[in-house]
Design a protein around this ligand. Structure first.
Ligand SMILES: [Zn+2]
Length: 391
């Protein structure tokens, strides 16, 4: 009974019993509240344990649901990511296609440039020959060949005046045709490039949409993940609570087991020396009209007070004590407790176990009292009973 476990038990109980013995504040009032006793407390904790277990199951169920949701969203994100990867690959293809086209275009531009250089050279040769051949001839003939704005037109005029096709003119004409063909080809390629650029634009839009979808899903994923995390946290907290409840239940069981060692019979010893009962249990008019929760035994000041049965001291209060003065409460198990009020001295301490008949205090007149006496109460499950029925 004097082990550390015992002290721990008392700590737990002193809290419980502070509530149990609330009546000390309404000592002479009409609040005959049914307070808890260890047996009831144990039952209550067992009920709470069941509730906690149910809550844990619910929380775990929620965890499962959220986990499923997280997995589903994760699956969706993976799908979207696969789509996005496809779209990006397609965009890469399109861009490389465009690079190829640009390369072709560049080649065509170079080819055109070379042909135009060649044209300029050949044209210069033609013009020089023209000047050589018709030097000194009529001015009007020359004027046919003047201001050759259009090269093809010039060639046509040249053929006209030369009748037989000149080799150089044919060369110039071929180069010109080749150049024109290439310009047509270049335009085709530019069209093709425009088409591909249009495809790139479409692809880029598709990628933006997909990225938006993915980021939306990511947000949903985060929300679900947070829900899952808080459900897990909740489960952990509940499991911790359950462990606490189990520990508390164990302490109460150990405490009750220790009380059973005393095997309380439900009968009490007379709690002090022989004396007159100056006030009985129940309604009375003196010192005022109120319910009297115990009996008053008038005995000389300083007489010993005995523990009415073996048990555990669960409360000691010094001072006014809500009218009780210096008083103490002993719990005997089975819902039984006894209270000893108006003491002059208390010689045992809170949490101590006492034997039936052991001196625990001395008669006094502390608190609301008109003379030295013992106010003695018997309570079962917090309900005050007439002590005279238990001797
Ligand atoms: Zn009294």
């Amino acid at each position: 009974m004097k082990t550390k476990l015992k002290k721990n038990l008392i700590c737990v109980f002193s809290l419980t019993l502070i509530f149990i013995f609330l009546f000390s504040n309404t000592a002479y009032g009409n609040n005959n509240n049914i307070y808890l006793n260890p047996e009831q407390k144990l039952e209550q904790i067992k009920n709470e344990q069941e509730k906690t277990k149910n809550q844990i199951n619910l929380s775990k169920q929620k965890e499962k649901e959220f986990q499923t949701q997280v997995n589903n969203v994760e699956g969706e994100i993976n799908e979207i990511q696969a789509d996005l990867d496809d779209h990006l690959a397609k965009l890469d293809e399109l861009n490389s296609e465009i690079r190829g086209i640009e390369w072709d275009l560049e080649k065509k531009k170079n080819k055109i440039m070379l042909l135009e250089n060649e044209l300029r050279e050949k044209y210069a040769v033609l013009v020089n020959r023209l000047v050589e051949i018709y030097k000194g001839k009529e001015e009007g003939f020359i004027s046919i060949l003047s201001e050759p704005i259009d090269l093809q037109d010039f060639i046509n005029r040249w053929k006209l005046v030369n009748v037989v096709a000149d080799k150089d003119a044919i060369i110039v004409e071929n180069v010109l045709k080749t150049r024109n063909n290439i310009i047509v080809e270049k335009k085709e390629i530019e069209k093709e490039r425009d088409y591909y650029e249009h495809l790139v634009e479409k692809q880029t839009t598709l990628i933006r949409i997909t990225e938006k979808k993915r980021s939306d899903l990511q947000e949903i994923y985060n929300q679900k993940f947070n829900l899952l995390a808080s459900a897990k946290k909740n489960t952990t907290q509940l499991e911790y609570l359950l462990r606490q409840q189990e520990a508390e239940a164990k302490m109460i069981e150990a405490y009750l087991a220790s009380l059973r060692e005393g095997s309380f019979s439900g009968k009490f010893l007379w709690p002090t020396v022989r004396g007159r009962i100056s006030s009985g249990f129940g309604y009375r008019n003196y010192p005022r009209r109120a319910f009297h929760y115990g009996i008053d035994i008038a005995v000389p000041y300083g007489s010993p007070i005995f523990a009415a049965a073996s048990g555990e001291v669960v409360k000691i209060t010094f001072g006014w004590g809500g009218g009780y003065g210096n008083y103490l409460v002993i719990y005997h198990g089975g819902g039984y407790s006894t209270l000893y009020a108006h003491c002059s001295r208390i010689i045992i301490s809170n949490g101590q176990s006492v034997k039936a008949g052991q001196v625990i205090a001395y008669i006094g007149s502390t608190g609301f009292s008109t003379g030295s006496h013992l106010h003695f109460e018997v309570r079962i499950n917090g309900v005050a009973k007439n002590p005279l029925n238990y001797f």
